[in-house]
Design a protein around this ligand. Sequence first.
Ligand SMILES: NC(=O)c1ccc[n+]([C@@H]2O[C@H](COP(=O)([O-])OP(=O)(O)OC[C@H]3O[C@@H](n4cnc5c(N)ncnc54)[C@H](O)[C@@H]3O)[C@@H](O)[C@H]2O)c1
Length: 319
Amino acid sequence: LKVLITGAGGYIGSVLQAVLTQRPEVAGQRVDAIALVDRVLPGAAGPRRVAIEGDLTDSAVLERIADFRPDTTFHLAGVPGGASEADYLVGRRTNLDATLALFEQLAQQRRDADRAPVVVYASTIAVYGTRLPPVVKQETPLQPPLTYGAHKRVCEILLADFSRRNELDGRTLRLPGIVARRSAGPGLTSAFMSDVLHALADGVPFEAPVSEEATAWWMSARRCAENLVHAAGMDLTGADPGRAWPMPVLRLSMRDIVNTCAEAFGPDRKSLVAYRPIESVEAVFGRYPVLDDAPSRALGLLDDGTPLALVLRALGREA
Ligand SMILES: NC(=O)c1ccc[n+]([C@@H]2O[C@H](COP(=O)([O-])OP(=O)(O)OC[C@H]3O[C@@H](n4cnc5c(N)ncnc54)[C@H](O)[C@@H]3O)[C@@H](O)[C@H]2O)c1
């Protein structure tokens, strides 16, 4: 099986590479070769690895992808929400134009293949919007509040349409904020969700921009990558033709997270946290409703299991 990862040099792409190195299997088939696409790919060369260094908006990169002829593609390349909002064209070129061009390129491969190429697409819970009902369900109307979510939603629809046409076999997963990225930087409002885990593991003081009660959806990068791999092999007979599912999540408050860190790293950790809620942050990252992820679980997608497993896995310390 030939596998392509776009955005392979990014945060989730790197963890996905590690997961596929440890267990080179997708949809019950042995992975024979992996092509990696990103603007920069340090140290990507290796056995059964093809490095395609360049920009996905460049037709030469698409041609190299066509030459590789992937059976399964994990499309992770994307411009984050803040950057997409700050510069419309920067977001549009990758999140919309290059994504459609990639889908079209892969769909062309279908003409002389036995089966449609599988595409696992990393969308986002940002497609849901911020004015949510108490329980978010599969049929909850999607109201992406920002350009980033709007472009992701458009590409979900396009991938479902390519699947209906039997030119691609698409599987969209809507990712929650994934933890624990090292120094995500001040530009990323959700960075505190990663920062709190690193701070408490390292035993350094942490100022939370949300209250103790702030409740969010949590998932480790490791579980996220495992779910992406699982998605490539899901049996979609009779499944929703929209072909888009949220990843199952643990819904936890900051208090739950801090208590779990105290359990993992020592009771002194609790006193390291000062809560200084910022209303705008609390509004977006502190009031996540219940997610009815039963349809995702029915397809075999998983959350991290327990808060302790989430914390340890997010920090790469899984037992
Ligand atoms: N990390 C999260 O919490 C999260 C949440 C929801 C959705 N997602 C989505 O998951 C995907 C992966 O996220 P991540 O956290 O690993 O992001 P990341 O920013 O760490 O990695 C994305 C990678 O894509 C590459 N890239 C972007 N545009 C490109 C282009 N035009 N050509 C070539 N490479 C390009 C970047 O260089 C980067 O290495 C993204 O599409 C993102 O929107 C992530």
